[in-house]
Design a protein around this ligand. Structure first.
Ligand SMILES: *Cc1c(COP(=O)(O)O)cnc(C)c1O
Ligand code: SF4
Length: 522
């Protein structure tokens, strides 16, 4: 009688193949320890009502074949013993998963997948610390800054206090953080041409001991900005503003640039030409003209209120603009562009949240922010985003790909995961623009950004992966095609996470074009 169980036909193909390989091993083993071990595993698999001991036995048998070329027979296990256990496993499992499927397919896939994030998990705290992880040190810096700037607790906790005590001179900056003499000289030189303004809160996120701190790089202008001055391409507004305060290059979405002020001025600001030169208060008439343009163009459905930073606007003006927009029938939704939750989270007060909630009740409001490094996400900004997210339809992030700030796989994964854990969804990742020569030193090659974005597929949650965009008279997606070609009606696709190439049968062109649905047939 061949040693094949009469129930062999009941097991699936994966399990049968698995057993065929297992029983090719050697049938004797002298190691009594090992024999006892296997016997214990067998007893557990037989007596317990769980799947786990059965999988433990089979996994061990698989590894003993692979490492020592031993057959189950070496431990007195026959094929029919194993078949019985395999069927027991299938019976217990709600989804009838077979031993072969689990041990030979599923577990190796999981093992390979887990290994893909090993490097990230090991390095993410050290290479890309979040503001949560640095909070103790940030708190210490905050205490120092408060005392240098003579800020009371109330000053610190209020938006007006943050703005009143903002750091806009090299003297203030060097008081609050220890900077090398050379940096101070350089910043003095540069700030003659470029405006600097940090809220004390934002300055407290700087880790002065770190070389190229990502907060410092984003907020303190450096020598490169002056060295790089060259031919400046006219600012976006020059060729995209059909009406006062309005930018438009899409048929149904327009932006209202409602202010030229920001709580903090970014060194990589696309709107460098308007923003942060001189604060300007816009008249009510200016807003009315912008609203009139929207009123008289009934194709426009989505309004992006931006700036500058839209949350810099007093609540009264924000409310007025939102209410006016909600009254326009063809306007269906609104967005507010703001970096304030990361630069001055104190601004996010209940009155502002009520305004957002009321407008969101009428038509969806999305808040679009800009967070470029996990270091900007702290318990304070996280709390601001949580409260905003409870009152609006969505909170989205538009990051800029910046050298030294977020241009590695680890830094970008960490950024996207950290913001998502704090109620913010990655939306766009912009390749830093060629338009302003002042930030040539921040630019990252397009291909490098693609590698980073591609590395995210299959490794982090899909809704934490931003779309990679070049701005060149509109937003142009830069995603690499995973489509390698065609073969006999199959599309050849490459898996971004391991490069494996798979054939994907395409829809049948002639069925698609010629067949009607059964119920439509005569
Ligand atoms: C970015 C932008 C928009 C919005 O683009 P989406 O792709 O809808 O996010 C609209 N108008 C202008 C002028 C813009 O710069
Ligand atoms: S918040 Fe936006 S508009 Fe303001 S300086 Fe930064 S990038 Fe420019």
């Amino acid at each position: 009688m061949p040693d094949i169980s009469d129930r062999d036909e009941d097991i699936d193909i994966f399990t049968r193949e698995f057993f065929d390989t297992l029983f090719q091993g050697n049938e004797t083993c002298e190691d009594t320890n090992l024999k006892t071990q296997i016997n214990d595993l067998k007893e557990a698999a037989l007596t317990q009502k769980l799947t786990r001991p059965i999988i433990a036995l089979f996994s061990r048998l698989k590894s003993l074949l692979e490492t020592k070329t031993l057959s189950p027979k070496a431990f007195g296990l026959s094929r029919s013993d194993l078949t019985a256990l395999a069927l027991k496993h299938e019976n217990i499992d709600e989804h009838d998963v077979s031993v072969g499927g689990r041990v030979c397919k599923a577990l190796p896939i999981v093992e390979e997948a887990i290994a893909r994030v090993d490097d990230y998990l090991l390095a993410k705290t050290e290479q890309a610390p979040s503001g949560f992880e640095l909070w103790d040190s940030i708190r210490e810096t905050q205490e120092k800054i408060k005392s240098y700037l003579n800020m009371t607790e109330d000053d610190w906790n209020s938006y007006s206090g943050q703005i009143k005590h903002c750091i806009d001179s090299v003297e203030d900056l060097s008081k609050v953080i220890d900077l090398p003499e050379k940096v101070i000289r350089e910043v003095t030189h540069v700030t003659r041409d470029y405006r600097m303004r940090l809220t004390p809160y934002y300055a407290s996120l700087i880790q002065a001991s770190a070389a190229n701190d990502p907060i410092l790089l984003q907020s303190v202008p450096t020598g490169e900005m002056v060295d790089n001055v060259g031919i400046e391409i006219p600012p976006v507004a020059a060729d995209h503003s059909p009406a006062r305060l309005i930018d438009q290059f899409y048929p149904r979405v327009v932006t209202i640039k409602a202010t030229n002020m920001c709580a903090m001025y970014c060194t990589h600001c696309l709107r460098l030409a308007h923003i942060g030169k001189k604060d300007r208060i816009y008249t009510e008439l200016a807003y009315e003209e912008a609203l009139d343009y929207i009123r008289s163009n009934d194709r426009i459905r989505d309004i992006l209120i931006t700036g500058g930073d839209s949350f810099v606007l007093p609540n009264k003006i924000l409310k007025k603009i939102l209410t006016s927009l909600d009254e326009i029938d063809h306007v269906k939704m609104k967005r507010l562009g703001t970096r304030i939750p990361v630069t001055a989270p104190q601004r996010v007060d209940n009155e502002l949240l009520d305004i957002l909630a009321q407008s969101n009740d009428k038509k969806p409001v999305r808040v679009v922010t800009q967070i470029n490094t996990a270091q900007e996400m702290t318990p304070m900004s996280g709390d601001a985003f949580k409260r905003i997210s409870k009152n609006v339809f969505a909170v989205l992030n538009q990051a800029v790909l910046l050298k030294g700030i977020n241009d590695t796989q680890i830094k970008m994964w960490k950024l996207c995961e950290t913001i998502q854990e704090n109620y913010v969804r990655p939306y766009y990742l912009f390749n830093c623009s060629y338009r302003n020569p002042q930030f040539t030193h921040f630019r990252v090659p397009v291909e490098k950004g693609r590698d980073i974005i591609e590395s995210m597929y299959g490794n982090i949650s899909g809704d934490a992966i931003p779309r990679y965009i070049a701005t060149a008279g509109g937003k142009i997606p830069l995603h690499r095609g995973n489509v390698q070609g065609n073969a006999n009606g199959d599309i050849i696709l490459k898996k971004p996470w391991n490069g494996e190439v798979v054939n994907y049968p395409d829809a049948d062109q002639s069925i698609y074009e010629n067949e009607t649905f059964a119920f439509m047939k005569p």
